[in-house]
Design a protein around this ligand. Structure first.
Ligand code: C5P
Length: 234
């Protein structure tokens, strides 16, 4: 079975998808982790070229020029689960080395959003995502899961919350590195990423036609999960 959850930044997709995967004994496919991995590798490459960390506009220019030939490294990415873990904890490997932990950093928020607008990057990641669904029952979260990657999904959701609530959640997420204190800055970045996701020409963030829309601004995680379970009929 395939369940998809699309929605804007920090709408709670990851927490809900993880909890649902546990509840339904299926596997969590965090598609954003793949875009983060691509950004991580490309940033590293450009850093070596420039012998310093590239500025964001330089990175954007570099990514806009990328074609399929420079993306062959995507076949060296591997998305998998620990043998003894539940399916709610994915790992990402690059050339056999586990890089999961680095990928959650807030420093990759904007670079991941930038690489995700490149059509060749999206094409290169398509099979990787679909292969996971061939091996497992999945709960997938992202921006185009119900529209492009898994249009055949049995259950589709669009999860959202107010920009204020989402910015608060982003600030309090400890996986993302040192806590960001400036709420206005966080709100501005969130808005910029959402805008890029909604306005890009390839696989933009939209509400899938047949999706159940859930706004969880005023719901706890458990209340949100319960709504999903009711909609799925579990
Ligand atoms: O989900 P997360 O915010 O970690 O994803 C990082 C970035 O990857 C997002 O800002 C979005 O631009 C991009 N993304 C995407 N399509 C997906 C998942 C993520 O464009 N299916």
């Amino acid at each position: 079975m395939i369940i998809t959850i699309d929605g804007p930044v920090a709408s709670g997709k990851s927490s809900v998808a993880r909890a649902l995967a546990r509840e339904l004994k299926s596997y969590y496919l965090y598609t954003g982790l793949l875009y983060r991995a691509v950004a991580h590798v490309l940033l590293d490459r450009l850093k070596k070229e420039k012998t310093r960390r590239p500025f964001l506009p330089e990175f954007q220019e570099y990514v806009e020029e990328l074609g399929p030939d420079q993306l062959e490294f995507v076949s060296d990415l591997c998305y998998d689960y620990g043998k003894d873990d539940d399916g709610d904890r994915p790992y990402l490997f690059y050339l056999g080395e586990e890089i999961t932990h680095d990928l959650y950093s807030s420093e990759l928020d904007q670079p991941a959003s930038i690489v995700s607008a490149n059509k060749h990057v999206r094409d290169a990641l398509l099979d990787l995502q679909r292969d996971v669904a061939k091996r497992y029952d999945i709960v997938a979260d992202g921006r185009d899961c119900g529209t492009v990657i898994f249009p055949q999904a049995e259950h589709k959701f669009y999860l959202t919350a107010s920009p204020e609530v989402r910015a608060q959640r982003l600030m309090l997420d400890e996986k993302r590195g040192p806590l960001q204190k400036d709420i206005e800055k966080v709100e501005a970045e969130l808005e910029q990423r959402d805008k890029r996701d909604r306005e890009r020409s390839v696989a933009p963030l939209t509400i899938p036609e047949d999706a159940t829309i859930i706004d969880n601004s005023e719901l706890t995680l458990q209340e949100t999960v319960n709504r999903f379970l009711r909609a799925i009929g579990s």
